[in-house]
Design a protein around this ligand. Structure first.
Ligand code: ZN
Length: 479
């Protein structure tokens, strides 16, 4: 309770700043080129109302308001553990275990997070959200499981750490979909949490209280923010609680890690007698509300069945490469009509273009092919970009994904004067931006109409970086 008052005061101050700096009652953007629902258009005028919704989109207009080059819908980043950004680059040496793997990386992660205070988490989350916005994402779906103090005792306010993620979003203006994570066991057999996991753990009753407190705090964010629920994985949550998690989510998003590593498949198969995706489909009412993260270890029958359910596959290609998880079967998934979104997960690198490149190139390397995700009427870049906008909106619970009336103004503008785009038109603009360029082509980003990135930088870039830098010095060589 002692912390509550200053946090609330802080929210009001931040909201005041957002209202006065990041939002105007009505904004107009003019783009020389824009990707609309029906395809490419020129001299486009987009009008946004005070709630962050697009109220009109017209082509062949005289420029007025904020003038940009190429205007695109900005996707959501659907999977992030913000605190892991502070470990990036610290796990690239061989450990004492000669078969260094995902599991030894996880041990290092557990040791690192034992040093983190609520102030650290807030500062790191603000830095991560700023990097996401500068990379062209409009929203951050935060899969948040670091709930308690070192040693495992709850903070005076159960949702203290969730509140800090919310405070970071109030500062950065990103569209936040907060997913408090239910994490109860150390394995499928219901064994207690290990020493490195005790900051995550709750029984379902306490988790529901934490979730309710987080709901109260979320009221201080703009109306586009969303609250969902994330059962961590089939290893960490009892099957009976999957239904309880779904009830708690209401109409909010439901996310879960699923079928990332072979060892997880083996454990679920041994304990439940079914592979993870089959077991999930058997236990849960899979549908569009669900986003399953990774789905790497998935055979073709599982892929077809899960795709047909309407659930989103939340793929994190850079992290999956970093952790050696394997290759997601994107050609089969999209071929079956599956919904696809991307996330930056461990945040070892936050780059929208690199995630998309890594996903496409993984398919080419596996199949010895080219343009793996292109179709007869969509180039690789166009198909990927539209798919992750659509799937990202679904998985984050945001009414975004395309530049049209009634949608949230989640928008990214690209520099049409950049040399990588010289002479390009139509889908080649997206292909050149994604495969030849990088995130430095981003000039502006709006999240629900909040104009947070201008001339390639977040409006509070220097202050956020300076705070993050001092946290990094404080944490020092924690590993
Ligand atoms: Zn994850």
């Amino acid at each position: 309770m002692i912390l509550l008052l200053p946090i609330l005061v802080y929210f009001f101050i931040c909201l005041h700043i957002l209202m006065s700096q990041g939002r105007s009652p009505m904004a107009v953007i003019s783009a020389r080129t824009a990707l609309l629902e029906g395809g490419w258009a020129h001299d486009v005028r987009v009008e946004i109302d005070a709630s962050g919704k697009i109220v009109s989109v017209l082509s062949d207009q005289n420029p007025e308001g904020h003038k940009t080059g190429i205007l695109l819908p900005a996707p959501a980043n659907v999977h992030s553990h913000a605190f892991q950004r502070a470990m990036a680059g610290l796990t690239e040496r061989k450990g004492p275990d000669p078969s260094d793997s995902f599991w030894t990386w996880r041990q290092l992660m557990f040791r690192f997070l034992d040093r983190l205070t609520p102030d650290h988490v807030e500062g790191i989350a603000a830095f991560v959200q700023m990097e996401m916005l500068e990379a062209g994402y409009a929203a951050n779906v935060e899969f948040h499981y670091l709930h308690h103090q070192p040693g495992g005792s709850a903070y005076d306010k159960l949702s203290e750490m969730s509140d800090r993620i919310v405070a970071a979003a109030a500062h950065t203006g990103i569209g936040l979909t907060l997913l408090p994570v239910h994490y109860e066991y150390g394995g499928c057999d219901g064994r207690p949490l290990g020493q490195g996991q005790i900051r995550f753990g709750n029984d379902f009753e306490r988790f529901a209280k934490l979730h309710d407190q987080a709901r109260q705090t979320m009221q201080y964010l703009p109306s586009d923010s969303r609250l969902g629920v994330a059962p961590h994985s089939l290893r960490a949550v009892a099957a009976r609680d999957l239904k309880s998690a779904s009830d708690l989510a209401g109409d909010g998003p439901l996310h879960m890690h699923l079928s990332e590593q072979q060892a997880e498949v083996d454990e679920v198969l041994a304990f439940h007698g079914a592979r993870p995706i089959s077991f999930f489909l058997d236990q849960c009412d899979a549908g569009p509300q669900w986003c399953l993260i990774h789905c790497i270890q998935m055979n073709s029958a599982e892929s077809d069945q899960l795709a047909r359910s309407g659930a989103v596959a939340g793929i994190c290609p850079v992290t999956e490469a970093s952790l050696g998880d394997g290759i997601f079967g994107a050609t089969a998934w999209l071929g079956a009509g599956g919904a696809l979104a991307i996330g930056s997960d461990s945040n070892i690198r936050i780059s929208l273009t690199e995630e998309l490149r890594a996903l496409e190139y993984s398919q080419r390397l596996r199949d010895h092919s080219r343009a793996s995700l292109a179709t007869h009427d969509r180039s690789t870049g166009r198909r990927l970009f539209e798919a992750v906008n659509k799937g990202g909106a679904q998985a984050s619970g945001r009414n975004s994904a395309c530049i049209s009336e009634g949608r949230l103004a989640d928008l990214v503008a690209i520099d049409d004067g950049h040399v990588d785009l010289a002479g390009r038109t139509g889908d080649a603009l997206l292909d050149s931006y994604i495969f030849a360029g990088d995130d430095s082509l981003v000039t502006d980003v709006w999240s629900a109409g909040r104009h947070m990135v201008r001339q390639g930088q977040h409006i509070a870039h220097d202050a956020i970086v300076s705070r993050y830098r001092s946290i990094m010095h404080e944490l020092g060589d924690a590993l």
